[in-house]
Design a protein around this ligand. Structure first.
Ligand SMILES: [Zn+2]
Length: 337
């Protein structure tokens, strides 16, 4: 297996007033390591050969379904799917609840699992997924390619969520949250869950009390490749990054085709200190106006660390190529539901 490292420059932090999305740009959210099968292997979109892909990309884009372009922290989304509320799902911000088809399907599955296992649990609070076309979504570092989701904790019935201050652990419905952990591990393909280590410890202890297998708990919380990873400012929500194998693979495969569709011929650029819109426009053969429009910028002021969508006029020679996706086996949690 080839390991590809994505280097990241140091990033400044932003102030964020929104407690429910309490999240500053945090390089812990980057896709640090991606595993790749041998070059050219098409695992998840083999039903569409290259000729058909080109024809449908140019003339019938909608029929390809969702396409996740680039990385979680520097990417965008084509043909996004919107999360809808249900008996088991509350969508907190519908305008920013767009993801890949896989993301929406996994969320539906895990929310139904918890709802069925713990009937007293309220609907799962789905906070930000991403914008309809992906890209930068304040205040997040990632959430750009339709695969990241912020999920609220389940609290004991009667909890006034808005009144909670500081640690949320005492108010958490551990049974319901544990059911969510299990569903994420068993019923979905999850790349990583970012969660504060103290909350992880509470879930770990709960799992142990329930007689869950020690080796499984290790895989979830302790090992070097544990599903759950600590990230600062993730004390009040699960940040879940799903694999979206087909959408990601299509995103990789359409990269050389982007120039054939001017409306989709865009690059994602992360702003570094000292950069200006004018200089970036020249560098990429774009224009200040086009970058502003595509990136939703009202002025020419750039904030370091955020990403821009840069419309291109010709083939992209500087676009990063993501490796093919290999989804690891799921963790099967033992014990009682
Ligand atoms: Zn998040």
């Amino acid at each position: 297996m080839l390991l590809l490292l994505v280097a990241l420059s140091a990033l400044p932090s932003l102030n964020d007033e929104d407690a429910d999305d309490d999240e500053t740009p945090d390089p812990a959210e980057s896709e640090a390591v991606l595993e790749s099968p041998p070059d050219g292997t098409l695992l998840y979109s083999a039903d569409v050969d290259d000729a058909e892909l080109e024809q449908r990309f140019v003339g019938d884009l909608e029929t390809l379904g969702s396409i996740s372009v680039g990385l979680a922290e520097a990417g965008r989304l084509i043909n996004g799917v919107q999360m809808k509320p249900s008996d088991h799902v509350e969508v907190v911000d519908r305008d920013n609840a767009w993801g890949t088809a896989e993301t929406i399907e996994y969320l539906t599955i895990v929310a139904d699992e918890v709802g069925n296992a713990v009937p007293r649990a309220p609907p799962l609070r789905v906070n930000h997924i991403g914008k309809r076309e992906g890209g930068y979504l304040r205040p997040h570092f990632s959430h750009q390619s339709g695969r990241d989701v912020d999920l609220g904790f389940y609290y004991v019935p009667g909890t006034d969520v808005r009144a909670l201050k500081g640690s949320r652990i005492g108010a958490m419905d551990l049974e319901a949250n544990w059911a969510l952990v299990k569903a994420l591990a068993e019923k979905a393909d999850v790349q990583v869950v970012l969660l504060d280590k103290k909350v992880q410890a509470a879930l770990y202890d709960y799992g142990r009390e329930q007689g869950e297998d020690e080796a499984v708990l290790e895989k979830l919380f302790k090992g070097p490749n544990a599903l759950f990873r600590h990230a600062r400012r993730h004390k009040d929500h699960f940040h879940v990054r799903f694999f979206a194998p087909r959408s990601q693979e299509l995103g990789r495969r359409v990269q050389p085709l982007l120039a054939k569709r001017p409306d989709e011929n865009k690059l994602v650029h992360r702003v570094r200190p000292g950069e200006t819109l004018g200089a970036l426009a020249i560098r990429y053969g774009s224009s200040v106006k086009l970058i502003q429009k595509a990136s939703g910028l009202a002025s020419t002021l750039l904030s370091v660390g955020r990403t821009l969508i840069v419309p291109l006029r010709g083939p992209c020679t500087q676009c990063p190529v993501t490796p093919p996706v290999v989804v690891p086996p799921r963790v099967i949690v033992a014990g009682q539901p």
